[in-house]
Write a protein that binds this ligand. Structure first.
Ligand SMILES: Nc1nc2c(ncn2[C@@H]2O[C@H](COP(=O)(O)OP(=O)(O)OP(=O)(O)O)[C@@H](O)[C@H]2O)c(=O)[nH]1
Length: 384
């Protein structure tokens, strides 16, 4: 049956994929963007530049479109965020819906080199309208092989940028200084963010195919790609390697090193949560440790419908509305949640999980105590 025009008009348009391109000052973000924009996959892309201070992109611009909008030599439209990200995105959607702007199919948001990407992810995910219109496709962080290690030592923002990324692009390995540092930098980045793929720009690895559509949904088949998105196996095996190094004293914990405040781990468990205990798990985590949760992604087994897991995605205290899948993506039926955290003890998260699935442990409240706590957050949480 055909939809009436009014029904078709009421249906919200498919969400637009939004990629966040980050990396420290001078790392090579614009250079990478220029290369990517030349590819047909990025035609009809809207580029948003969140510049800090002076805009050094004049070489990209050929034609003024309207206000802050410019047409770039690639044919893509570019806009500079001068004020608020939400206002800019809302304004762009209005212009798109009114046909006052060249239609775009994808958005790339280049952050300032000094940006902590977590609040940007958080802003988009927590906005009731933007979360419907945009689909967070992925975070790409560019790291400069020449200065990368020094930058990671000196700037916590750079560590956070690398830690929350889905893809890490190492630039400038074509320079002798860069080539010399590439192996050590790669190792450090892999320890910091074991779930992210590392791509070397000078080897031509940073292609649109490798960088785009790395979110949860495959836009072509419209099926979830949980396994690749989580990359939980990589996070788990990196944790084992890391413990091994600790056991042998090869790597020393340095409280002043930014990397040592950030860790990635995967919580894995066979026992499903009950829906109320899962709500409490997330509520307690975000209320007690919200700012420490740089990124949380997972697939979760719930006891009400064990064959239909829930996918979660959170940044700080904001969580995307959980999404029920029709089935498990593979034979593995375990809950797997990848945590990228700052100054948060893995044992706390594991203890909370154990308590909520009723695995007894010394000095840990059981699920009954947590779910029937009169001080616990009221119902109506993530799962309603
Ligand atoms: N040799 C070499 N130079 C590069 C590479 N990537 C970037 N550069 C150079 O590094 C400088 C900074 O690159 P940009 O792409 O402007 O870096 P950015 O991260 O956008 O910089 P900001 O916007 O200032 O934060 C430029 O001079 C680039 O030409 C690379 O892979 N190899």
């Amino acid at each position: 049956m055909n939809d009436s025009p009014s029904a078709a008009q009421r249906r919200p348009p498919p969400p637009i994929p939004l990629t966040i391109l980050t990396g420290f000052l001078g790392a090579g973000k614009t250079t990478l963007l220029n290369t990517l924009l030349a590819a047909p996959e990025l035609s009809d892309t809207l580029v948003l530049i969140n510049e800090f201070g002076e805009i050094g992109l004049d070489h990209l611009f050929i034609e003024k479109v309207e206000g802050d909008m410019v047409m770039m030599s690639s044919g893509c439209v570019c806009c500079t965020i001068r004020g608020d990200l939400v206002t800019t995105l809302e304004d762009l959607l209005r212009r798109l819906d009114n046909g006052r702007i060249k239609p775009f199919r994808r958005v790339v948001l280049e952050t300032t080199g000094l940006a902590d990407p977590a609040p940007i992810l958080h802003t988009i995910m927590s906005h009731p309208y933007l979360v419907m219109r945009f689909r967070l496709d992925g975070v790409i962080a560019v790291v400069d092989a020449v200065n990368g290690e020094a930058t990671l030592d000196a700037h916590e923002e750079a560590v956070k940028q690398a830690a929350v990324a889905d893809r890490l692009v190492i630039a400038k390995t074509d320079l002798p200084d860069g080539a010399a540092h590439a192996a050590r930098l790669t190792e450090r980045l892999a320890a910091l963010n074991p779930g992210a793929r590392i791509l070397i720009a000078a080897k031509g690895e940073a292609t649109p195919q490798a960088l785009l559509d790395c979110g949860l949904y495959d836009p072509a088949t419209k099926t979830p790609r949980v396994r690749e998105w989580l990359n939980a196996e990589a996070v788990e095996s990196a944790h084992h390697d890391h413990s091994h190094h600790h056991d042998h004293g090869h790597r020393h914990h340095d409280v002043n090193r930014h990397d040592d405040h950030i860790q990635a781990f995967c919580l894995t468990g066979d026992t499903p949560f009950t829906p109320p205990s899962f709500d409490i798990f997330i509520d307690l985590l975000r209320h007690t440790h919200g700012p420490r949760l740089l990124r949380v992604k997972g697939i979760v087994a719930l006891s009400d419908e064990p064959e239909r897991p829930v996918v979660i995605h959170g940044v700080q205290h904001v969580f995307h509305p959980p999404h029920r899948l029709d089935a498990w993506p593979d034979a593995d039926r375990r809950t797997r949640i990848v945590f990228i955290v700052k100054d948060l003890d893995r044992a706390f998260v594991e203890g909370l999980y154990a308590a909520l699935i009723n695995r007894p442990a010394i000095d840990t409240p059981d699920a009954e105590a947590l779910t029937h706590n009169p001080l616990a957050p009221a119902r109506g949480g993530l799962l309603g």
